[in-house]
Ligand binder design. Structure first.
Ligand code: ADP
Length: 273
């Protein structure tokens, strides 16, 4: 499913002395099946942007089309939009509330009015994607599990809705390096298998650049760079200015340029030291 954003503006607390423009005239397109990294520092507007993509926040001005349908018009069916656009919030584990893992993951699909068979199938599939053993965990309380496991279960709850567009806001926040790599690997596999549109929100270039097809870089509410990781990394000066440069990559690009060689695709797979 595609997304098209036209001249989007979002202001918090409009008409008060505290008015704050969080999204400042952003226009962009995301194609069906693209894997996008939405990147920028804290406060650059990432969360504000994605919350408008499933109707949680209503734009101050501008348009958003999901698969050609304008979701900013009055009276739009938000339930239908949220079925298409699944949003995993930061620290989603805090939203778990059912007494068993099964019930928690099944909550969304149940609201879609699906048959018990279909719900069971979806819960199993979603737990498998996030690497949680169905038989072993289905009757356990999410609250008896580790933080990393709780996060996987919360992500599975959104996956079980089978959204055509999946948005994950900092899914690795607060996890140790192992937990972070595992979640990112699961997201990569999920996208490969289902080829749905995925937007991975992050403030870390290292996390996303080696996974995604395209990066959308936000700075002070504006989309200042868009392109493949390779294209974006070429803009070393801009990335350094906004504090998103990966030092090893920047160093390599500079050294290569001194020798008259352009950036190679494999440079972007440089991992953190
Ligand atoms: P990010 O997700 O990139 O960290 P946000 O979208 O959360 O950025 O924030 C963008 C800007 O909007 C920031 O300046 C932030 O302080 C401001 N902001 C976010 N939420 C609110 C809010 N509820 N009320 C007022 N200002 C907000």
């Amino acid at each position: 499913m595609s997304i098209k954003i036209e001249n989007l503006v979002y202001k918090y607390m409009t008409g008060t002395p505290f008015e704050k423009t969080a999204i400042d005239d952003v226009s962009l397109e995301i194609k069906d099946g693209e894997f996008i990294g939405l990147i920028g520092h804290t406060g650059s507007g990432k969360s504000t942007l994605i919350q408008q993509l499933n109707g949680l926040l209503k734009p101050t001005s501008g348009k958003i089309y999901i698969d050609g349908e304008d979701i900013t018009v009055k009276g739009i069916n938000l339930k239908k939009i949220r079925q298409k656009v699944g949003l995993v919030f930061q620290y989603p584990e805090y939203q778990l509330f059912e007494e068993t893992v099964f019930k928690d993951v099944a909550f969304g699909p149940q609201n879609l009015g699906l048959s018990d068979d279909e719900i069971l199938k979806r819960v199993k599939r979603a737990l498998k994607i996030v690497g949680i053993d169905f038989e072993k965990y289905k009757d356990k309380s999410p609250f008896d599990l580790s933080g990393g496991q709780r996060r996987r279960i919360a992500i599975a709850g959104i996956l079980a809705m089978e959204p055509k567009i999946l948005i994950l806001d900092e899914p690795t926040a607060g996890l140790d390096p192992k937990g972070r790599d595992e979640i990112l690997e699961e997201i990569r596999k999920l996208h490969k298998e289902y080829n749905n549109t995925v937007i991975l929100v992050s403030h870390s270039m290292e996390d996303v650049a080696k996974l995604v097809d395209r990066l959308i870089v936000m700075y002070k509410g504006k989309n200042i760079l868009t392109g493949t990781p390779r294209e974006v990394f070429k803009e070393i000066e801009t990335l350094e200015k906004i504090g998103l440069a990966v030092p090893q990559v920047t160093y390599l690009i500079r050294e290569l340029r001194k020798r008259g060689i352009d950036i190679r695709e494999d440079i972007i797979t440089v991992k953190e030291a």
